[in-house]
Design a binder for this molecule. Structure first.
Ligand code: ADQ
Length: 480
């Protein structure tokens, strides 16, 4: 079996557990533990004139290789281009997009640095799986250094439609970079369509059935791999939470009121101001709900060095204060707003207690919180998921109450009707959602991607120039 090499910006250390190690990191570690392999990424440290070689250590069957970066390169790469340009672009927030050439150059420099550090550790038949928008040019850099093995890329966030993508000055270079991979995985069909449309209409590529794409001298595949969660572990944690001290404390604090819960990183893509406004609107336009429902928003701070995130934090503090100032009673605080992370077991207890899970991002690649909320429910008395149509998860979780997060009054009405839903309807909706959550797990996601990438012939092997590919039946032909 070929060795698996995973590349991600953040690498979960072997000892990291609980709140810090997210579901994704745990799943990747599990995939590596199972078959053995190498996990390569940023060390989390910066240093002027950093060593060109990564720190390498082994734990069990996994070798870790962590590269330290120059502070200015790291800033340009992470806060600059990845999170100041690509993140807003892919979340359709053009007003927040900053494009600076120095950041773009820093982004490419860091990818080149990573490729140089990784290359000596690679064997020709390795399968390299690169994660997320921090590393789009990594395959180009590895190919330039002579690596001809299989490289796959998974994009965890949405892929924007061409109209939006074209606003990025470096759009053509990024798609050329994507074409240096053998397999490009996206979360939803919508994302795949967006990229394929760009390839055929802007990049003059060929598209064959099955998402095989010909672009210049490269042939690669673009396909959907909807990410999931470790459903069994969440069910287990939620069952263990039943009757736990934490759950009892939470229930006692609610004094018989319904709980609506939101769990999101403090990020502008998550639609938190609109969610708060919708809850305020619920209390305003449905006064009978006052004092009968409490909303809890868990929002750990994220990228707090970026100005837009600092502004969002202030906005939410003001909104929460205004809602509580307006509606609180001496024995009821309508909105509980917490900026801290929790252990997974505590999150499971919160989800299970909540009558509503409120997941209303303005745009989201998938949104794992939606799936976690479903998995944590008591099958005999499940809560209702209120879900944004712009979360990737909305494609699968059709049992949810689907909302438009830009429509604050519509969301307030949806919250109101979800609170009144009968047990029968709640059960039907939950079953439909749970079926998807248990089918498309994180393990299935990992296995499918790795199997598909393993099946690729390898860069260069048998690849014809795209223009000489036969036009397949039903193929969409780009402007040529
Ligand atoms: P995120 O934007 O981080 O992920 P999401 O998919 O919801 O969004 O995952 C967040 C994870 O963090 C969940 O597992 C959640 O439990 C955890 N988490 C959130 N708040 C927490 C808290 N207070 N304490 C502990 N854990 C907390 C990106 C993309 C998503 C995509 C994922 C995976 O933006 O669209 O679904 O990657 O591909």
């Amino acid at each position: 079996m070929a060795r698996l090499v995973i590349v991600s910006n953040r690498v979960a250390s072997p000892k990291e557990r609980g709140a810090k190690a997210g579901g994704l990191a745990v799943a990747l570690r599990e995939a590596l533990n199972k078959r053995g392999g190498l996990w390569f990424g940023w060390s989390g440290e910066t240093q002027v004139d950093p060593p060109s070689e990564p720190k390498v250590f082994r734990s069990g069957k996994v070798t870790y290789a962590l590269q330290t970066l120059d502070p200015e390169d790291q800033r340009a790469h992470y806060a600059g281009y990845a999170n100041g340009t690509l993140w807003p672009l892919c979340h359709y927030r053009l007003g927040l997009l900053n494009f600076r050439r120095t950041d773009w150059e820093g982004y490419r420099r860091v990818n080149a640095t990573f490729a140089r550090a990784l290359m000596p550790l690679l064997k020709p038949d390795d399968i390299v799986w690169v994660h997320d928008y921090h590393f789009i040019p990594l395959a180009s850099e590895l190919r330039a250094l002579g690596f001809e093995g299989r490289i796959g890329y998974f994009h965890h966030i949405p892929f924007p439609t061409p109209e939006v993508f074209l606003t990025l000055p470096s759009h053509a270079a990024l798609v050329r970079d994507l074409s240096r991979y053998d397999l490009v995985g996206l979360q939803t069909e919508h994302d795949v369509r967006a990229l394929l449309t760009y390839v055929s209409s802007e990049a003059r590529g060929w598209i064959a059935p099955g998402g095989v794409v010909g672009l210049r001298d490269r042939r690669f595949r673009i396909a959907t791999y909807p990410i999931g969660i470790d459903a069994d572990a969440f069910v287990h944690d939620a069952e263990a939470a039943a009757g736990s001290e934490e759950e009892e404390r939470l229930k006692a604090s609610l004094a018989g009121r319904a709980l609506a819960v939101g769990v999101d990183r403090l990020d502008y893509s998550k639609g938190l101001p609109n969610k708060f406004a919708a809850f305020g609107e619920l209390l305003k336009s449905h006064p009978e709900r006052r004092s009968t429902v409490t909303m809890m928003q868990v929002a750990p701070l994220s990228r707090s060095e970026v100005t837009e995130y600092q502004a969002l934090r202030r906005e939410l503090e003001e909104l929460a204060g205004a809602i509580n100032g307006e509606y609180a009673e001496f024995d009821w605080v309508p909105l509980r707003y917490l900026n801290r992370p929790f252990q997974r077991a505590t999150l499971a207890a919160i989800y299970r207690t909540a009558r509503l899970g409120v997941v209303t991002p303005l745009r989201d690649g998938m949104n794992l919180v939606a799936k976690e909320y479903v998995a944590a429910q008591n099958p005999e008395d499940p809560g209702v998921l209120v879900l944004s149509r712009f979360a990737g998860a909305a494609d699968e979780l059709s049992g949810s109450v689907i909302v438009n997060p830009y429509d604050v009054e519509g969301m307030a009405d949806a919250l109101n009707s979800a609170l009144s839903m009968t047990l029968g309807e709640r059960k039907d909706r939950w079953r439909a959602n749970m079926e998807k959550v248990t089918r498309n797990t994180i393990h299935r996601w990992c296995e499918t991607f790795i199997t598909d990438l393993s099946g690729v012939d390898g860069y260069g092997a048998g690849v014809e120039p795209a223009r000489s590919l036969p036009a397949p039946k039903k193929a969409t032909r780009g402007r040529n």
